[in-house]
Design a protein around this ligand. Structure first.
Ligand code: ASP
Length: 595
């Protein structure tokens, strides 16, 4: 037996016990004839003492020890001398007087410190991920993720759900990204697609009569990388039969409310029940459909007030179908020109041409780029609409709605961070519902489903699909947490005729649709129950609960931001023979061709 106890286990009640511990040398201190080792394993840290007087041999052997060596010790648990207890360690009242030391494996000096949560270069951390994961913060993240997933599994199992695995080698399951393809050796020229989600399979499980399904499912999407994106990521995928939108939303809400209480009891919910916003309301108030409710700084539409105000920039934006909206940045009326310029530069990244402002410094004169164009009455109406008080700063963007929402929506988040308005201990869940069913795709000149192909429209809006699809709403819902969409789902179409109508609407030729989704269409003819589901993203949820800035911090072996695994060096070229067997010829883009 390597260990009688873990390194996190021994307490004052164990004093006098003879124990064996094994783990890594976390830290080492020499005090003349005494050497102290902090011995670490996954469960914690225990202080081990090698004394030259009582155990000369072990003391001598401890001389060789360096950071991260793997050792085993044997000794007696004893109370630490008064005054040298360490209250920040659960084992901090005791230490082990070692009389035996066995070196199990020496270690090279790690490329970064493991006993400190010091900033290290991310690519180095990813290259040596097995060392990075030894660090306390990463160990805690792994544990948190385990507890989240375990809670979900228990919760759903208790409510009659079955966990069912679905294939990874499958056919295209579109969720709006590119597919990862896998060539087939046995079927030359043919490819599997890795599922972008188990969407079709979970629906087929409903046709199969499973009624309540879930899976901690890996999804694969080939898209450009961003902070919270990975080529493969994990969803809690779930689906239920004989349900309406309300049923799924209530179950999900109860799951997350209880999960927070069980896993991160130190965090507070912003509101319970979770607030519900229509897509329209979310955009109007926050400029985005994944709003952070933890602070104010809401957008205010002033288009009607300034439509004929005499300030050409505003008038023009409105005349060409856009809008003018503003934010009252409370308490920032003293901002200098430079500070306001910085905000202007920020919104310009999102297409805004500028940022009009009115500053009301405390006890000073009003400063503004445009207010002089407005009559005193108009000024009064504008200030009233914006609920101005002394000390406030009003900022406005005038443009197409799209640009106004994007730039002010982002500015709102930027300001909240800058002004320290965000309480990290608060979890603001909310639902966004009543999304448009279809969105117009300018480039391709056709309608795109705003969620996915299988989402049902609101029953009362089905006639609109023939008249004005832009007005139809979908039976979908997004779950939002703080500043992130953490999951989306919908009630599905369970009727072949309606499904075919949707294919037609998005310009998917029926023959192509049948080739791609024939199995779904056929299944729908064999008695399909009404069904729906949702798929919260495990990575994002863990990232937020752990207070991390990106999902790589809560994934054991993530790809870097260029979608590479820098530890194993993947993707990488393969041998010619493998390609031959797969009947594949590689034609590199000219930029990568060797001359
Ligand atoms: N398959 C959807 C997604 O990955 C979720 C769902 O509709 O259940 O976003």
């Amino acid at each position: 037996m390597y260990k009688t106890h873990t390194c996190g286990e021994l307490r004052i009640e164990d004093v006098g016990k003879i124990v064996k511990l094994a783990g890594w040398v976390h830290r080492r201190r020499d005090h003349g004839g005494v050497t102290f080792i902090d011995l670490r394993d996954r469960f914690g840290i225990t202080q081990v003492v090698f004394d030259s007087e009582t155990a000369p041999e072990a003391h001598q052997a401890a001389d060789a020890l360096r950071m991260e060596w793997v050792i085993q010790i044997e000794g007696v648990v004893r109370r630490r001398p008064i005054g040298s207890e360490n209250p920040s360690l659960p084992t901090g009242e005791i230490e082990i007087a070692a009389n035996n030391l066995k070196i199990l494996n020496p270690a090279k000096t790690p490329p970064f410190l493991i006993n400190k949560n010091e900033e290290a270069d991310e690519n180095t951390r990813l290259k040596y991920r097995y060392l990075d994961l030894r660090r306390d913060k990463m160990r805690r993240n792994l544990e948190l993720r385990h507890r989240v997933v375990k809670f979900i599994r228990d919760y759903l199992s208790e409510r009659g759900f079955w966990e069912i695995e679905t294939p990874i080698l499958f056919k295209t399951t579109p969720e709006g990204a590119r597919d990862y393809l896998v060539p087939s050796r046995l079927h030359p020229g043919e490819f599997y697609a890795l599922p972008q989600s188990p969407q079709q399979l979970k629906q087929l499980l409903m046709v199969a009569g499973v009624e309540r399904y879930f899976q901690i499912a890996r999804c694969f999407r080939d898209e450009d990388q961003r902070g919270d994106r990975q080529p493969e990521f994990t969803q809690l995928d779930l689906e239920m039969s004989f349900v309406e939108r309300e049923d799924i939303m209530q179950l999900t809400e109860d799951l997350f409310t209880k999960l927070v209480a069980a896993v991160v009891p130190e965090k507070r919910l912003f509101a319970s029940p979770f607030p519900r916003l229509s897509y329209h309301e979310a955009m109007e108030r926050f400029g985005k459909d994944n709003p952070d409710l933890r602070y104010g700084l809401e957008l205010v539409n002033v288009s009607d007030v300034v439509a004929n105000c005499g300030f050409a920039v505003f008038e023009q934006a409105i005349r060409s179908g856009g809008s003018v909206r503003g934010i009252n940045v409370k308490g920032c009326g003293d901002y200098s020109r430079k500070q306001i310029d910085e905000l202007t530069e920020y919104v310009k990244q999102f297409g805004a041409k500028g940022l009009a402002y009115i500053a009301f410094p405390r006890g000073g004169e009003v400063r503004s780029t445009f207010v002089k164009f407005l009559s005193p009455e108009l000024q009064k109406s504008l200030f009233e609409r914006m609920r101005v008080e002394e000390g406030d700063l009003l900022v406005f963007v005038a443009d197409k709605d799209e640009i106004v929402f994007e730039s002010l929506g982002r500015l709102r988040v930027y300001l909240a961070e800058k002004l320290n308005l965000i309480d990290e201990n608060v979890l603001a869940f909310c639902w966004v519902i009543d999304f448009p069913f279809m969105v117009w795709n300018e480039e391709e000149n056709r309608w795109d489903p705003s969620h996915h192909l299988f989402t049902a429209p609101m029953p009362e809006d089905i006639p609109l699909l023939d008249i004005d699809p832009s007005k139809a709403r979908g039976q979908q819902y997004d779950l939002v947490l703080n500043n992130y969409e953490i999951g989306g789902g919908s009630i599905r179409i369970h009727d072949r005729t309606l499904q075919e109508k949707v294919f037609k609407l998005i310009g998917l030729d029926l023959d192509v649709a049948r080739e791609r989704f024939g199995h779904m269409l056929e299944a729908f003819e064999y008695g399909t129950p009404p069904h729906g589901g949702i798929a919260p993203g495990i990575d994002r949820i863990c990232m937020i609960l752990a207070g991390e800035p990106n999902i790589r911090e809560v994934i054991a072996f993530p790809k870097n931001q260029a979608a590479r695994d820098v530890m194993a060096d993947a993707p990488s070229p393969v041998e010619a023979k493998q390609l031959e067997e797969l009947h594949i010829q590689v034609v590199l883009p000219s930029t990568l061709q060797k001359s």
